[in-house]
Design a protein around this ligand. Structure first.
Ligand SMILES: [Zn+2]
Ligand SMILES: [Zn+2]
Length: 134
């Protein structure tokens, strides 16, 4: 089985995982919008034992939203998203954006679309540029 590797924005937190993902959800819920600062989260799910931390694990800060089964984890230096265990401990969640290598699974679905950012539909069809527009 092949592996994927990933890192935070500053590069101090690095990890690898088996490329063995059962779920890949794009979550549009309000909490994921808050956690990512964007329209949706992009979360890969694998077995907890598949993660191998290579560096910076001591920089990982975890936040569990009180009363909800929602968590977030980030590098304390740069704020970049990093993997974390689900609250149940049954799954390891890897934010797809922190991967540095291709992953074999494609997004399966968009979930919590009833909470979708009101600007998201326009975002999909907005002009596309390869860099800042001139
Ligand atoms: Zn970092
Ligand atoms: Zn969500």
């Amino acid at each position: 089985m092949t592996h994927v590797s990933g890192s935070c924005l500053c590069g101090q937190v690095t990890f690898e995982s088996k490329d063995d993902f059962q779920q890949f959800h794009l979550c549009h819920c309000i909490q994921c919008q808050k956690a990512t600062g964007s329209a949706h989260a992009a979360n890969l799910f694998t077995a907890p034992e598949n993660i191998k931390w290579l560096s910076g694990k001591q920089l990982v800060k975890r936040f569990d939203l009180p009363g909800r089964t929602i968590s977030n984890a980030f590098c304390m230096e740069c704020g970049g998203a990093v993997p974390y265990l689900s609250l149940s401990g049954n799954s390891l969640i890897i934010p797809a954006g922190c991967l540095d290598t291709p992953v074999s699974i494609a997004p399966q679905d968009n979930i919590f679309c009833s909470e979708q950012a009101e600007w998201y539909q326009e975002a999909i069809t907005a002009h596309k540029f390869d860099k800042f527009p001139e």
